[in-house]
Every structure is written in structure tokens, then in C-alpha cells.
Design a binder for this molecule. Sequence first.
Ligand SMILES: Cc1ncc(COP(=O)(O)O)c(C=O)c1O
Length: 418
Amino acid sequence: MQLGAGMSSRTDTRHESFLLTRRALGRSFALGTLGAALWPDDAASAMQAANPAMPPRLIRIGANENPYGIGPAAAEAVRQHIIVANRYPFDMASTLTETLAKFHDLPVDWIALSPGSGDVLRAVTMTFTSPARHLVGAAPTFEAPARIAEMTGAPVKAIKVLPNGQLDLKSMAAQAAGAGLMYVCNPNNPTGSIVSAAAVADFVAQVRKVNADAYVLVDEAYSDLVDDPSYGSATALIKNDKRIIVSRTFSKIHGMAGLRVGYAIAHPDTQNILRRNLPSGNISVTSLAAANASMNDPENMKKQKQLNRDTRAVTRRAFEKAGFTVLPSEANFIMVDIKRDSREYQNACRQAGVLIARPFPPLDTYARITIGTAEEMQKATPILLSLLQTSPHPTSASAQAANFRAMEMEMPGYPACC
Ligand SMILES: Cc1ncc(COP(=O)(O)O)c(C=O)c1O
């Protein structure tokens, strides 16, 4: 079957950015640069050097990845553990679980590992929604739970975020009667906004007034990047409420999106129910080793947070100075009102060598831009701004419909996008 033009260029891009030649990998190990350097970049540079006809590399600021790669301790752990890749990683999974339990000050049976937090979202949604038990979420928010709910035939009630990008928790709680699952993404992807710990506690109290059975899933994928002192993990609530689940990931501050590690935090009774759908034994030796080492490297986490904070502030200022509204963000991306159709803008950016995120209806005139390295943002920002110099035109109804369709195609069968 012939692939459509859009699909083939998407595949090329991924291939181009991700493919790690054996030679490049070997050289990274030999030089001890793995992790300290950005190894996919090394690989792409090596490929480019070997093939001058290859088009210049794209700047990837569309998938909320950590542009600095895994930290030095995690990289060293990968290097050391590759030689035990012939063994099943039973003990290593226990070690990581213990590390995480200690970090969250909880017993080990409150933690369930998974290959990425996308799998936690999938398991939770599959387990607790059904055609008779709807999902309540936001619009826009991370799409995975709504996607899964749609696949299982569960109705989805998506409540539009407030004008500042915050979740409208009051209106979401008003949809709780009869719900199977309430999804709270905090910070919210794609808006970047947070809701306070007190607001989440109040939300749960409101939900419980009308629905004692609904599960509440609080997705804290970006929590490690938050500065706002009013923010707090919902793990503080789970001791009093068996039906709250928190999901976390190593894909963001730990820079391990390609290694696939995430986890669910919940009461053991809830973990037992979830176990039916959560593939917790599927994490590789190297991923477990890296995750454990990264948890024990708080200096790296501090450094990553600072780098993100600084570059985000510079990027925000550049867009604001040019007259564009940027939503408040506590995450590794910003949401800019570009005052024009975001799908067209995304395509124009791609043509100009910069990959930004897909559209997030109903915010059709907003572009989500991931914070890359300072150097990447220095290169990308003038390009992104130059493409905003033409006069804006509003998103037509047909363009909005096309955005929804394109979104469907962009993540075929794989809800854990970014
Ligand atoms: C809010 C949110 N939750 C979950 C995920 C899934 O992440 P992963 O499966 O890499 O842990 C993402 C990915 O970007 C996300 O943005």
C-alpha cells in the first residue's frame, strides 16, 4: 500500500531523528559520551556526515521530550547493565519499586511500575470506564484517556479549560454523577497550567458528594518541573481515598521517554484491580537501572528543572514581546495564541525545519511549543516568529474538523503520545 505524503514524511522524520547507527552507538560508548551528549543528535549528525544529500536535521520541539537526554548517573547505569541483559530483571523491578516507595513515603505495594505512564492511563481507563460509566476530562487535555474510553465505548464528557488554560474543576465535578473515571492532568498538557493541591482536594470532595464509586486519576507527568508553591501531589490524598490513582513518568524530567518507564500510585486494593490491565513486568533491565539511578541523582533533576525554567522564560518573553499571548506554564512547553490555524502553522514550521505539536482542539489557534535546549530555542524562535508575521486568519469550521481528523491519524493505535 502506498503511504500518503503526510504519513511518509512523518515516518522519514522519525527515522531520521531516531535511528542510531551501530557505529554511532559504539562510538558513544567508547568515548563515554552517552548521556552527557545528546546521543540521538550524535547519531543524526553521524548519518548526516555520511550522507551529505540528507536534508538538514529538524529541531524537535513538538513532543515534550527532555532535550538534554538522560542524566550521567542513568547513562552509566545503562552502560553497566547492558551486560546483564540476558537475565530477567526481577530484582531490579523490586529495587526501583522500593526506591519509589521511599521517595513517596509509601509501602511498596502502593507502587506499580509500567512501561511508560501512558500504559497506566490506558489500564485505568479500560478498567474503570464502560458504556455505562463515562469519563470526565478537560478540553484540551492529554488525549490518551479519552481515546481509550472511545475505543471501549465509554462516553466522554470533556469540559473546556478556563481562559488561562487551567482545568475548570468546578464544571468537571458537576459531571461526576454516574462517572466511572475523572481525569485530572496536573500540570495540564497542553496548556501547561496547574491546579493547586487545595483545589484538587476540594474537587475530590465535590465528586464524592455525588459519586462515591468514581475513580479519580491524577496525571502528574510534569509534576517535577513545577515551581508554584500552591502545587502538591495528589499522593497526599490517596491514603484517605482508595479510588484516587496518581500516574508518574520517567519521560520528562528524567529524559527517558525512549526507555519507557512510568508508574501508578494507589491503594493496594486498587492496584490489585488494575493489575488485570497493567503490564508491570514489561520493563527492560537497562530501563529499570536507568530509572533507579536517575531517582538517586537529585542534582541532575535540579539541573534539568533550572534549565527548563530559564529557557522557558526566555522563549515566553520572545513571543510576548512580539505581541502574542502565552498561557501560564509550569511544564516543559508553552501554549501560544498564534491567532491563526495551528495545523497550518504546524505544517509551515515543519517545512521550515521545526517540529512543533499537533493542534489541540478546541484551542485551534494555539500552538504548543516544547522547550528545547537554549541553543535549539535560539535557532527555532526566530523561525517560529517569522512565520507569524503574515496577517492572521481565523480557523474555519472545516479546518477545525480537519484538525480532529488529522489528530486521529497522528497517533494510530498508540494513545501514549506526548
Ligand atoms: C500528561 C501526560 N501523561 C502521560 C504521558 C505519557 O508519557 P509516557 O508514556 O512517556 O510516560 C504524556 C506524554 O507526553 C503526557 O503528556
